[in-house]
Design a protein around this ligand. Structure first.
Ligand SMILES: [Zn+2]
Length: 211
């Protein structure tokens, strides 16, 4: 697979489908049930380290899982090999892998980063927190500096506030109307074309002192 389109892959694998009552994608109900079952089984058994070790084909004694600075990390022989926004997100990912193994024949042929995109991408379909079963809510925060607008969106648990998915877009200031005609759609060309205006704006709003 040369170019990987997550949505196409999920639709073709019938992991997601068109929602019956709205213009959106929904998780296949059987897939959701199996995923929730796996998460519950991990919670009951308390064997997340052993499951991760089996998945990675390494000794569990060489692995460590820990929460630090609001993140959840996995380390192998003291080297960090995984990072999640919360323990709940880790549980979701650990639980979904065996379900993908069982449901999706194309899954094993994907590259590592494509598998990572599938696993992390499916977290947006969670309806309950893997940790405490609380409802999942979407939050968006916009932070303005003088010339940059940073939008941080996240899905988090309404009960325990575990963050499941984050995305951040950093939108640099652009002129409200095109002032320069861009003849190429490549990014460097756009940057070059807008550079004079950008520079002027940085200067006007004293952005450099903001840092
Ligand atoms: Zn929760």
């Amino acid at each position: 697979m040369d170019t990987f389109d997550l949505e196409t892959f999920l639709l073709e694998s019938t992991i997601v489908e068109e929602c019956p009552d709205e213009d959106d994608l929904c998780l296949d109900p059987d897939f959701r049930t199996a995923w929730r079952g796996e998460i519950a089984a991990i919670q009951r058994a308390g064997d997340r380290l052993e499951r991760l070790a089996a998945r990675l084909e390494v000794e569990a004694s060489a692995l460590a899982l820990e929460e630090s600075s609001g993140r959840y990390t996995a380390s192998y022989e003291s080297e960090r090999i995984g990072l999640w926004p919360s323990e709940a997100a880790f549980l979701a990912d650990l639980g979904i892998v065996p379900v993908l193994d069982a449901y999706c024949s194309g899954w094993e042929r994907l590259e590592d980063d494509q598998q990572g995109a599938v696993v992390a991408g499916l977290r947006v379909f969670l309806e309950a927190c893997p940790e405490c079963d609380g409802a999942i809510t979407a939050r968006e925060e916009v932070r303005d500096t003088c010339c940059t607008e940073i939008t941080q969106a996240r899905l988090e648990c309404a009960e325990c506030h575990a963050v499941l998915v984050t995305s951040s877009t950093n939108r640099c200031w652009q002129p409200p109307e095109p002032r320069l005609v861009v003849h190429s759609d490549t990014i460097p060309a756009v940057r070059t074309a807008f550079e004079p205006v950008w520079e002027a704006n940085v200067h006007d709003c004293n952005c450099l002192s903001v840092g």
